[in-house]
Structures are given as C-alpha cells and as structure tokens.
Design a binder for this molecule. Sequence first.
Ligand code: SF4
Ligand code: F3S
Length: 112
Amino acid sequence: MTYTVNDNCIKCKYMDCVEVCPVDCFYEGENMLVIHPEECIDCGVCEPECPVEAIKPDTEPGMEKWLGLNAEYAKVWPNITAKKEPPADAKQWEGVANKFEEHFSANPGTGD
Ligand code: SF4
Ligand code: F3S
C-alpha cells in the first residue's frame, strides 16, 4: 500500500502536502505532484493536509489508475520538499471535471 495523488491536484497544486511528509517522497510536475510509491511509508499525515482531497490510499476505489501515474512520474520529476507559491488561479480549478484528460502536463516542475 502507498498513498497516491489523483487528478484533483492538477492545476491546484497547493503543496501543503510536501511540508508534512517525513520521508520527502513527493515529486513535482509542471501542474501537479506525485508520491513515489516505494518511498512512501504509509504514515497518512499528508492526506488531511490537502485542501482538495487529492491524496488517498491506493486501496480506495478508483485510485489504482493513479498509482501507475504516480509511480511513472516519480521516477522522472524532481523531488520537492518545501511548499512554494501555489498557482495564482488554483482556486478556480478546484473540483473541475476531466482535469487529467484536458490539463495534465508530463513536463517536470522545478523541484526545490
Ligand atoms: Fe509522505 Fe506519509 Fe504521505 Fe506517504 S503517507 S506521502 S510518507 S506524508
Ligand atoms: Fe496537490 Fe493537494 Fe499536495 S493539491 S500539491 S496534493 S496539497
């Protein structure tokens, strides 16, 4: 089991999660973060920190598809351990449908 970031994060990218992770296993894409499944120790402290409920255990229904995405991009995106300024328009992307299909970016973020 691991915790996993889903599409709710896309374009919201609040980064409250990275502040609390004891093992620094978040990785940064251009418009979302992912968790490295093999580094996450399943402590669960990041889940309630996310304002848009983008973090769930991979055992929850519907999370299997996001586990693959997290595993894939955690290998290529840079590590992030400190919160930065969220996108200026983050609020307007909360709860928007089809964010993965229409807005996912495979480009890396800048990391720490
Ligand atoms: Fe980090 Fe714990 Fe969240 Fe895993 S569950 S990403 S170890 S804070
Ligand atoms: Fe994304 Fe939530 Fe973290 S929006 S960056 S998973 S606090």
